[in-house]
Ligand binder design. Structure first.
Ligand SMILES: Cc1cc2nc3c(=O)[nH]c(=O)nc-3n(C[C@H](O)[C@H](O)[C@H](O)COP(=O)(O)OP(=O)(O)OC[C@H]3O[C@@H](n4cnc5c(N)ncnc54)[C@H](O)[C@@H]3O)c2cc1C
Length: 279
């Protein structure tokens, strides 16, 4: 089932779903999402079987003891004239490295001290950050027997879709909408769901506040004015310091596809010891 609540205003909710912010804050090059793609929310190129945790576990498994968590990096600087980088963390640790891949969300990048030689386009993107402010709410619904897609005309939802059918009337669903400044309460959520699925009830829900989270300070990359051009021209390397992540992938920014693409490239370049690189 696909519900497009108001075809005349279709663009507005679709952008609200993508950006969660007002249209005048978004780069105009980002506004033209193909109608076919909007009607087919499963158009993504990569689906991870199981959950994203499988990807995390696979990466962790291949790296073993080399992983350190809960120690935000505060600086990546040249170690004097030496051909190495000094990586400092908030917990006071220091790591020396011949190559570094920085893969943090764009809105946190400005908090890391970087060498003065880092490309201006990257510095400018980091200084401004992106404008994404969508809210994303996961729900376990009961009494829902068919997959559904809703393109809503009015908040709190902009886009509301089923994700996984448990086959017994329970359905995992997700809703995206513009930031309201507060998590949706149970009643508000239930009313929003019942507007489209009158028989459904919300068994449980989860909403992560990625705007408040110091490790994100925003959602996925949504370009502000002129940022598309900056992103398109930004070299993702400064000598052997590489930048990667979904937020910086011009081909498919703000997505896991972009994260994988830029991560693979940066990793390969670092391993090969290349001294320059781009997208
Ligand atoms: C609420 C939300 C929902 C999303 N939903 C989707 C989706 O459905 N599909 C999709 O494709 N994409 C989605 N995204 C975008 C998603 O973030 C990317 O697809 C994917 O996680 C990007 O991977 P990444 O490795 O680039 O960044 P992340 O997965 O964000 O990893 C960056 C890591 O850097 C860490 N970090 C931050 N600052 C520092 C620091 N100073 N030092 C060290 N580490 C630091 C963070 O803690 C985080 O672990 C969503 C994003 C958000 C916020």
């Amino acid at each position: 089932m696909v519900i497009i609540e108001d075809l005349d205003r279709f663009e507005d909710p679709s952008i609200a779903y993508m950006g969660g912010t007002s249209l005048d804050r978004i780069d105009s090059a980002h506004l033209g999402m193909p109608f076919d793609a909007m009607c087919d929310p499963d158009h993504y190129r990569i689906t991870i079987e199981g959950t994203t945790l499988r990807l995390v576990d696979a990466l962790a498994g291949s790296l073993g003891d080399a992983i350190t968590t809960n120690c935000p990096v505060t600086a990546v600087v040249r170690d004097g004239d030496a051909d190495r980088y000094r990586v400092s963390t908030q917990t006071g640790e220091t790591f020396m490295a011949s190559s570094v891949v920085v893969a943090v969300p764009l809105n946190t990048l400005s908090r890391i001290e970087l060498p003065a030689s880092v490309p201006q386009a990257i510095v400018a993107l980091a200084a401004t950050g992106h404008v994404g402010r969508s809210r994303k709410t996961w729900m376990l619904l009961e009494n829902v027997h068919d997959h559904f897609r809703v393109f809503a005309a009015d908040p709190p939802f902009a886009y509301f879709r089923s994700e996984h059918d448990f086959g017994d009337g329970r359905m995992l669903a997700v809703a995206l909408g513009p930031d309201t400044g507060h998590p949706l309460g149970a009643e508000e959520l239930s009313a929003a769901v019942r507007k489209y699925l009158p028989e459904a009830s919300v068994a449980s829900s989860y909403e992560k506040d990625s705007l408040e989270d110091a490790h994100y300070r925003g959602t996925w990359f949504v370009p502000g004015p002129v940022q598309m051009a900056s992103l398109a021209t930004a070299p993702l390397a400064d000598d052997r310091l590489y930048f990667a992540g979904g937020d910086l992938a011009i081909e498919c920014f703000g997505t896991i596809e972009g994260a994988l693409l830029t991560g693979r490239r940066a990793g390969a370049a670092a391993a090969a010891g290349q001294r320059s690189g781009g997208h």
